[in-house]
Design a protein around this ligand. Structure first.
Ligand code: AMP
Length: 398
């Protein structure tokens, strides 16, 4: 079975075509800046990368170009569209409606459309993507995989916010958590790597990317996570604030005369390590500036590592212990010094890492020393594979 995995952002579309016989990626690509003049497409087949500058006006057009590329006479990987057996869609927000992946029907599309109130930025592009696929490949089975679904096991006392209960009833205002597909993949994979059933492990997954969240995975289930009602909560991120004293929001709005949209922009796009350093949202730039002695870059880096470590310790409370810490995503997989600094804050817990083993990027590797009380691993995430596996499992039963 060949599964096409689709991940639509507001101005992007990422795809992978995966052969599920051996779980190999046949082709993958990115459409960036959809709807803008300088949009471009990258398409990768067997390590070869093709970059095509091509205006792409909509997700539907991106989808059409992608299908042409997959069948291209020089670098295509399929002869015709019948070779694609099913399509898996990543959906950022499943609210409290979806606790697992589902086959997409008209009713499911209508339900996902209802979620846009809670995810006005993240869900509409994915709905566009689903509709485009339906139009271009009618009848092809499609599956929705939700980033929030893995967190449905978080107990009520951990997802409820201490504000008047009527807002929970009125607006479904509660912790949802995100990156569930990544947390699910990494927690299961690290269990295989340490050679223990996932049902017998207390794992903390640190998904540290541009967006970042931690998840306490107890015996294979999410029991707490750092993102909340929205993906702004939790640890500080590249440009998102993470947790704050809530009164800072109203204080700033009053002092600076800000509208709700303006304060949203500050918290989502101008905060985090970018906000503190004033340099960049990219950790590579922060590291370089900090190493050159830039004081605010040093401050941003220290604050980030302290707060991530503090969350790890909190999740020891959530699970009554920690067996494994797993780092993943762009920063978790690649930023050697950030991993080291986070772990230094956890020495009191008996965390010890081997600096030589830690000196690597993007590899599946244990970086803790044999006498470390908690195992520490790097596990590159693979959300697309989880989406493809769920799609296969659901479509096979049809
Ligand atoms: P993500 O959202 O998972 O793509 O992560 C983006 C972040 O990962 C950026 O802030 C980068 O600093 C960091 N990152 C990505 N690739 C690398 C790399 N090869 N080396 C160091 N940092 C990286």
């Amino acid at each position: 079975m060949k599964v096409l995995v689709i991940n639509c952002g507001s101005s992007s579309l990422k795809y992978q075509l995966i052969d599920m016989e051996n779980e190999q990626v046949l082709a993958k690509g990115n459409y960036e800046r959809i709807g803008q003049k300088n949009s471009f497409v990258t398409h990768k087949v067997a390590g070869e990368k093709y970059v095509i500058e091509h205006p792409v006006s909509s997700h539907k057009e991106a989808f059409e170009i992608m299908l042409e590329q997959l069948q291209h006479k020089d670098y295509g990987v399929i002869k015709d569209l019948n070779e694609i057996n099913a399509i898996g869609h990543r959906i950022p927000h499943g609210t409290d409606m979806f606790d697992k992946s589902v086959l997409i029907t008209d009713e499911v599309i209508a339900e996902i459309e209802k979620t846009t109130e809670l995810a006005p930025i993240h869900n509409p592009p994915t709905i566009n993507g689903i509709k485009a696929c339906k139009e271009i490949m009618p009848g092809k089975p499609m599956v929705a995989v939700f980033d929030t679904a893995f967190h449905h096991t978080i107990p009520e006392e951990r997802y409820i916010y201490p504000v008047p209960y009527k807002y929970y009833e009125k607006y479904k205002m509660r912790k949802y958590g995100f990156h569930g597909t990544s947390h699910r993949y990494v927690s299961a994979r690290v269990a295989e790597l340490v050679g223990k059933p996932v049902t017998e492990l207390k794992t903390i997954v640190c998904h540290l990317g541009q967006g970042a969240s931690l998840c306490a995975v107890l015996n294979g289930e999410s029991v707490d996570t750092s993102m909340g009602f929205t993906p702004v909560a939790g640890i500080p991120m590249c440009a998102r604030s993470g947790d704050l004293d809530p009164s800072i929001v109203t204080f700033l709005m009053r002092k600076e005369g800000l509208t709700p949209d303006e304060i949203d922009t500050i918290l989502n796009k101008e905060s985090g390590v970018l906000g503190i350093s004033g340099i960049s949202p990219d950790f590579r730039d922060i590291e370089k500036a900090a190493d050159e002695g830039n004081e605010r870059a040093v401050l941003a880096r220290k604050s980030y590592c302290y707060l991530v470590a503090q969350y790890i310790a909190k999740y020891g409370v959530s699970m009554n212990g920690i067996d494994v810490i797993a780092f993943t995503a762009g920063i978790g997989e690649n930023q050697i010094n950030i991993r080291k600094m986070i772990c230094e804050n956890l020495e009191w817990l008996g965390v010890k890492i081997d600096l030589e083993k830690n000196n690597c990027r993007g590899e599946e590797v244990e970086i803790s020393t044999p006498d470390s009380k908690i195992k520490v691993w790097i596990v590159p995430t693979n959300e697309e594979l989880v989406i493809a596996r769920d799609t296969k499992q659901i479509v096979e039963k049809l």
